[in-house]
Design a protein around this ligand. Structure first.
Ligand SMILES: NC(=O)c1ccc[n+]([C@@H]2O[C@H](COP(=O)([O-])OP(=O)(O)OC[C@H]3O[C@@H](n4cnc5c(N)ncnc54)[C@H](O)[C@@H]3O)[C@@H](O)[C@H]2O)c1
Ligand SMILES: [Zn+2]
Ligand SMILES: [Zn+2]
Length: 378
């Protein structure tokens, strides 16, 4: 089986934010205990990568970024006897890779996995304390999640889920971050109830995916708020009942209150991570409302919260990071397979690996509707 796996592979390597990504030939990794190797079919381009590529969020370099992938399992490491995973399966891989061993993982809170933060998010390693990636000379290369912008990627088996045979595997790359994060925000962060009203502030790759999921949970009204009329038109097609362009609106709060009978929304999702989008999300909340922020700031950022309104109106801020991968990724795959999340329709552009930098540049300019993916077959 290993004989078919080449000893080297192409990967998008970040050595210096000033230079950007370069395609390099590096050693093909192999899985250790509790891990699998996938031949990457596609990797989505997420705004979180922009923070690392731009140097706003510190990460060890050199590194391979890219953290929402799909592909075929080509090698299974030891210790996977009870996972049901096997060579040949097509899978989706999640960015939030629980170690499966820590107290948080034991409690089912994969989203709070300590080793994921300490070893992977801070040091670019897996749970034996080393990275699987290396240059041809053997120098280590950090992994942001599984290092998905490469021809092959090692992923902990906690973090992959098989997809059905008739699945569009390339589009399925967006499940492991955009869709799983959206599901986590709705199901875990907001614990959305049927009949509740919702606003989504910033309807990019993650925010727009919240819309069909909130609809499937029974949201009565969904107000999409963005600065792009194109993205708002897409939001409406995905199920938003109202849209507000916050760049041109004279008063976003007044517009949201007008369509919600003067109450505001029960749940406001914030999916950009900037002070002004936090303010918007808090401003459109009803009494007793929940604000669920999922946007990550470009480094350490703070947002103002009005103390007395939060207290007197019993409003909550419920941060939500990814989801509970082991429970939620299979459910996200099911929602996609069932047509609830139109994962194919959310993918608007496909780039070959060589043009990945163009893809991120377009994302930074705000040009990408839904999600762009790197398609390894191009
Ligand atoms: N919590 C998590 O687990 C998690 C997971 C993935 C991504 N993220 C974060 O979520 C955020 C969104 O990621 P994405 O990939 O969807 O980004 P994206 O670039 O696809 O979308 C950003 C959207 O924001 C809109 N926008 C820009 N300025 C705005 C403004 N002032 N008001 C309203 N909308 C505005 C853009 O038009 C675009 O639609 C990022 O901060 C990313 O780091 C968090
Ligand atoms: Zn992401
Ligand atoms: Zn853990």
């Amino acid at each position: 089986m290993s004989a078919q796996i080449p000893s080297t592979m192409r990967a998008a390597v970040l050595r210096d934010p000033a230079e950007g990504l370069r395609i390099e030939e590096i050693r093909t990794p192999h899985p250790k205990a509790g891990e699998v190797l996938i031949k990457v079919a596609a990797c989505g381009l997420c705004h979180s990568d922009l923070h690392v590529l731009g140097g706003a969020i510190a990460f060890p370099l050199p590194a391979v970024v890219g953290h929402e992938v799909s592909g075929q399992i080509v090698e299974v490491g030891p210790g996977n006897e009870h996972t049901g995973l096997a060579v040949g399966q097509q899978v989706a891989g999640a960015f939030l890779m629980p170690c499966g061993q820590c107290d948080a993982c034991a409690a089912g809170r994969d989203d709070l996995c300590g080793p994921f933060f300490e070893l992977n998010r801070l040091q670019g390693r897996l749970y034996d304390g080393t990275t699987r990636l290396a240059t041809l000379d053997g120098d280590p290369i950090a992994m942001y999640s599984m290092g998905g912008l490469a021809e092959y990627a090692v992923i902990p088996s906690t973090s992959v889920t098989p997809v059905p045979d008739d699945f569009d595997v390339v589009s399925g790359a967006i499940l492991g971050c955009a869709a799983m994060t959206a599901y986590g925000a709705v199901r875990r962060g907001a614990d959305l109830r049927s009949g509740e009203t919702v606003a989504v502030v910033a309807t990019g790759g993650v925010g727009s995916t919240i819309i069909p999921i909130a609809k499937s949970f029974g949201a009565r009204q969904i107000v999409a708020i963005d600065v792009s009329d194109e993205k708002l038109a897409d939001a409406r097609a995905l199920g938003a009942t109202h849209t507000v362009n916050s760049a041109t609106s004279a008063d976003v709060r007044a517009e949201v209150f007008a369509v919600t009978g003067g109450r505001g929304v029960d749940v406001a999702f914030e999916a950009l991570g900037r002070p002004q989008t936090w303010t918007t999300a808090l401003d459109v909340l009803a009494d007793g409302g929940r604000m669920v922020p999922i946007g990550l700031g470009a480094g350490v950022q703070t947002a103002p919260v009005e103390i007395n309104r939060t207290v007197r109106r019993s409003q909550s801020i419920l941060g939500s990071y990814g989801a509970r991968t082991r429970q939620d990724l299979p459910e996200v795959v099911r929602l996609a397979a069932a047509g609830v999340v139109d994962y194919r329709g959310l993918v608007s552009r496909r780039y070959p690996l060589e043009q990945v930098a163009d893809g991120y540049a377009a994302l930074r300019r705000g040009e990408i509707r839904g999600r762009a993916v790197v398609d390894m077959s191009l």
